[in-house]
Design a binder for this molecule. Sequence first.
Ligand SMILES: [Zn+2]
Length: 158
Amino acid sequence: MNKVKFESERMHSGKLTPADLVYAAHSRCPCGAGLAHVLNPVQGTEEWAWDCSAILTGTAIPTGEQGTVQHTARLPFAFYEVKSENQPSAGGATTRPAPMTANEKAQRELAESEALVRVLASQLAEHQREGHQLEGKFRAAQVRHANALRALGKEGGS
Ligand SMILES: [Zn+2]
């Protein structure tokens, strides 16, 4: 599996919220987001690892789009020692993001709705183009049928 496809699959699996995650006390992904894992990871699955919290929550920019940054590979617990925010020795330290302010939420809604409108506008234009092509074929078929009727001396109608 190539890297781009892998990143994109990780991306779309990410529909978790920060409340669903345990964050690292100090360790961050190269993108700046804290490392995290799901609350009760299942041993032996791909959950059994630290990962980029931006990928897990689906807020990372997909690879290949403008503003793309490099993200960490998943870091299996067996091979990487990462201090969790829940460990007493973390002393309250966490990479968990502060809750979004109302203005940040509004900005995010603006960006998300703008992206949705852009995608749907292009899909709609594509459908309309296909619709026009289909309509052209339909008209041409009607003309052909009328001509066939005429050739047999049966004027008009069908
Ligand atoms: Zn990242």
